[in-house]
Design a protein around this ligand. Structure first.
Ligand code: ADP
Length: 511
């Protein structure tokens, strides 16, 4: 069959999505055509047996004097119809020509032209046979076309792992293609029903299925759904269905939908997400490693204050007349500074911890201040003065605090590195926050050499770096974090260096 041949060609060797689909379907690669349309052995035997009977009938009739009457024509027609059902269009035309030739030959052999009755029955028989032969050939051609299209459609559904389904919201009657049955892992020849879909759907997702039928009953023009399937062996599959209203019949709308098995895609996305999260975490920890001196200083400062307050406290109590009030104030300072040190440690621990991002309303200025605090010593050590202009005082963003801190620390570390080559007295860092009607913008500006215009487009691309020891992942991770926060990040040269901007949509204050 031509359909089969073309499928074999299309599913040639090599790793491509098609061969993956075939592997998924058949269990192993290159295991032959996707669709088998040849008849079973018993069917072939039966056809040959009937063919023999009909041929024998023709032979018998040809020996009788009435072999051109109606009964004989019926036998020829039967043979023709059988050929149309079994053989190719060429054979059908061949069989019809052969039948006509037999009638013509028999007409002359029997000298039928000598008898008027015999002549008219010959003409009747020939006319009927040629008309039916023509119709049989046409029908055969049409059914061949239809069958071929059906095979292409089934094959395409197999390759793309996309089935089709029709359903109506009012009657809840359904029908589906072989591929849909395969996706839901039901036998392909049993009629589908809503209860069969529900049987394969985890209870928590049943509402989604009912919702689809409700939408269909309300004549929604387009319906889209993603839900899970729970297979009898405990496997989970992910399904994506998009359906559109196709036609209206007796006041009910019939929907046609495409059902896609997106399990592999979901798994790949999940894997990508995990890898990205790991990379983000790794980069965060690497940055923290670079900031050890700064962090140590941040912890050391309150600890020094704790020690001096404790000394003072002892002196107030050591007096002949102990000054209890001063000692209590000293204890309060110890308490405050110990808390400060502990807060720094918790912030660093939170940054180092590997956890799934959680977005909640956060005040943007607080995140900026916390990030700057971790780099305070670093900046001072590198003789960088900072100028803060945090006007977005009451602006809240929906963010994962740790991830946003990671972005800001990255930009601040980059600014520090950019200014390492310029004169100490010119090193100045500007950090601004300001609001526009729908968003808040954070700007980190330095007085470094700026960014070469031809590098601006590649700045946020993974592994783009101009630094010898750089990895080139910092800005690319910043972009993916800001993207996941529905924000934007961009860079531009300012009058005396580079400016990095982050814009984030603002949210309402939670109380
Ligand atoms: P890395 O710091 O490892 O190079 P990043 O992704 O953080 O990776 O930065 C990529 C590149 O962007 C840097 O190598 C540098 O060329 C450029 N860059 C980043 N920040 C600045 C800045 N403030 N001024 C000038 N160039 C910068």
């Amino acid at each position: 069959m031509r359909g089969n041949e073309s499928f074999r060609q299309r599913t040639s060797r090599g790793f491509n999505p098609a061969s993956r689909a075939i592997t998924a379907l058949t269990g192993h690669a290159n295991s032959g055509p996707l669709i088998h349309v040849s008849k079973s052995r018993y069917e072939t035997w039966l056809i040959w047996a009937i063919g023999l009977v009909v041929t024998a009938g023709i032979a018998v009739i040809n020996t009788s004097p009435h072999h051109r009457d109606i009964a004989a024509t019926v036998i020829y027609v039967t043979l023709l119809l059988m050929a149309a059902n079994v053989f190719t269009i060429r054979t059908v035309i061949g069989v019809s020509l052969l039948c006509m030739a037999t009638i013509v030959v028999m007409f002359f052999v029997d000298h039928g032209y000598q008898d008027w009755d015999s002549f008219t029955s010959f003409v009747r028989c020939l006319t009927a046979l040629s008309a039916i032969g023509f119709l049989a050939a046409r029908a055969k051609q049409a059914s061949d076309h239809l069958r071929q299209h059906q095979i292409y459609l089934t094959g395409a559904q197999c390759l793309s792992q996309t089935g089709s389904v029709t359903f109506s919201g009012v009657t809840e009657l359904m029908a589906w293609s072989e591929e849909s049955a395969r996706i839901f892992e039901y036998p392909i020849n049993i009629p589908v029903s809503k209860s069969m879909i529900l049987a394969r759907t985890p209870v928590e997702d049943h509402g989604l299925i009912h919702h689809v039928f409700n939408l269909a009953a309300q004549r929604e023009p387009q319906i889209e759904i993603r839900h899970r399937l729970l297979m009898p062996d405990g496997r989970i599959k992910h399904i994506h269905m998009v359906a559109t209203a196709l036609f209206v019949q007796d006041d009910r709308v019939e929907y046609l939908g495409a059902v896609m098995d997106v399990t592999e895609r979901m798994q790949a996305e999940e894997m990508l997400y995990r890898t990205q999260a790991q990379l983000t975490h790794m980069c965060r920890v690497t940055t923290l490693g670079e900031l050890t001196a700064s962090i140590a200083h941040e912890v050391n400062q309150p600890l020094t204050a704790v020690i001096s307050s404790a000394d003072g406290c002892r002196r107030w109590l050591d007096r002949p007349q102990p000054d209890i009030a001063e000692a209590i104030r000293g204890l309060q300072r110890i308490n405050d500074n110990a808390h400060r040190a502990s807060e720094v440690i918790s912030r660093v621990r939170a940054l180092a911890r590997k956890s799934d991002p959680i977005r909640r309303p956060e005040p943007i200025n607080e995140i900026v201040r916390e990030s700057l605090a971790l780099l305070q010593y670093e900046m001072a050590h590198n003789h960088i003065r900072s100028h803060l202009d945090l006007t977005a005082e009451d602006s809240w963003v929906s963010a994962d605090r740790i991830q946003l801190q990671q972005v800001l620390i990255n930009l601040l570390v980059n600014a520090r590195q950019a200014m390492s080559g310029i004169e100490q007295k010119r090193r100045m860092l500007h950090v601004r926050t300001f609001v526009t009607p729908y968003e808040v913008i954070v700007e980190v500006a330095d007085c470094g050499p700026g960014i070469a215009p031809d590098m601006l487009p590649s700045l946020f691309t993974p592994f783009f770096t101009t630094r010898e020891s750089g990895m080139g992942m910092g800005l690319s991770i910043c972009r993916s974090i800001i993207d996941s926060h529905d924000g934007k990040i961009w860079a531009q040269n300012n009058a005396g260096g580079a400016s990095f901007f982050i814009s984030l949509p603002t949210v309402r204050r939670p109380w």
